[in-house]
Write a protein that binds this ligand. Structure first.
Ligand code: PLP
Length: 359
């Protein structure tokens, strides 16, 4: 055997590994997973039927261009078919966007803390992550992000609402920011939680994209639509960005099951969005409950809430787990808690109450 090993790109060293939300413990009396911002509802009956029917032909490759889904999306958002690009979850599309724009020596700006995939996909491309700290109100500091732009900046992520804090930037400040970004820098509005927004001042990225060729919007079927396990998301972008996404896509990456499920979900939208409405009610109940207990909770426009617990983070997460709810700790910073079933939210509120009394 040879002493040497294959040469790998130096950029891969030091890339953080994606940490998935911990699964709920098996075998305990109760176990709820509130660690990955998933939808707690099982797939709708019509969606299950479409997927089951599609399963009969998975000896075949899927439709490479996701033709049916792309047509439906183009129609419902009122955008040209060519402006839709699908991918293996919106993380997959985000990675393609970084690949298409940024290489060694280039810079990718995003708020921090934000979605943990951003540093990973930036570094895989060999680009340099430029992290702009969240201010105490946990809302993106768009002025600081604009000031961080250099002539090496190629892409800026705006996670709206932000994962893990749930906070959202509003129309006026976002438009002011977009006005400051040079036209040759791509701004990616990551709207994975769009359907959970209730603040009318938080803009729909697709409206902003229409008049701005350097704005790209990311959406996913993983959260509100409950298809996390099927890996399907999409971008809305002008040419040449959308064309670049088609070039960088993994061929046949989006399965036919995912395509059919997404189409069926769009057609079952009333029912799906009814469920989202219930989750939003639960979110408001949890936030009010926590505030009533004395916690500081940033306003969330997503299906999760954020508690900045600092040094208490891991202890709090352990207390939750002990009582049967698994949350997502970011050691030394805070805990992100997905809004789940009412029973799960009740357990979480109880744990939070007990923990707060001991602080
Ligand atoms: C969950 C999430 C996504 C979506 O991931 P998929 O790959 O579509 O499952 C994208 N962006 C953010 C900020 C998220 O939290």
């Amino acid at each position: 055997m040879s002493e040497t090993s294959p040469k790998l790109r130096a950029e891969l060293e030091g890339i953080p590994t994606y940490k998935p939300g911990k699964p709920a413990a098996a075998g305990g009396p109760v176990a709820y997973k509130l660690s990955s911002n998933e939808n707690p509802y099982p797939p709708l009956p019509g969606v299950m039927e479409s997927v089951t029917a599609a399963a009969a032909s998975f000896n075949r490759y899927p439709d490479l261009a996701c033709t049916g889904l792309t047509l439906e999306l183009a129609e419902r958002f009122g955008v040209p078919v060519e402006h839709i690009a699908t991918g293996t979850g919106s993380v997959g599309v985000a990675q393609q966007l970084v690949q298409a724009t940024s290489g060694p020596g280039d810079e990718v700006i995003y708020a921090w803390r934000s979605f943990e995939a951003y540093p990973i996909i930036t570094q895989i491309s060999g680009a340099r992550p430029v992290q702009v700290p969240l201010p105490p109100d946990e809302v993106h500091d768009l002025d600081a992000m604009a000031e961080a732009i250099t002539d090496r900046t190629r892409l800026i992520f705006v996670c709206n609402p932000n994962n893990p804090t749930g906070t959202a930037v509003r129309r006026a400040e976002l438009e002011r920011f977009l006005d400051r970004v040079p036209g040759d820098v791509l701004v990616v509005l990551d709207e994975a939680y769009r359907e959970f927004i209730r603040d009318p001042e938080v803009p729909d990225g697709i409206e902003l994209y229409r008049s701005r060729p350097n704005v790209c919007v990311l959406r996913t079927f993983s959260k509100a639509y409950g298809l996390a396990g099927l890996r399907i998301g999409f971008a809305v972008a002008h040419e040449p960005v959308a064309a670049a996404l088609r070039k960088t896509a993994v061929p046949f990456g989006v399965s036919q099951l995912a395509q059919e499920a997404a189409i069926a979900s769009l057609r079952a939208e009333d029912e799906l969005l009814g469920r989202v409405g219930s989750l939003v009610c639960e979110r408001n109940r949890v936030v009010e409950g926590l505030r009533g207990q004395g916690w500081t909770v940033p306003e969330s426009q997503a299906n999760f809430i954020w508690l900045r617990l600092g040094e208490q983070t891991l202890a709090f997460a352990a207390a939750c787990e002990q009582h049967g709810v698994v949350v997502r700790p970011f050691a030394g910073e805070g805990v992100r808690v997905t809004i789940g079933e009412a029973e799960a939210n009740d357990i979480f509120l109880k744990v939070a109450e007990g923990f707060n009394k001991e602080l």
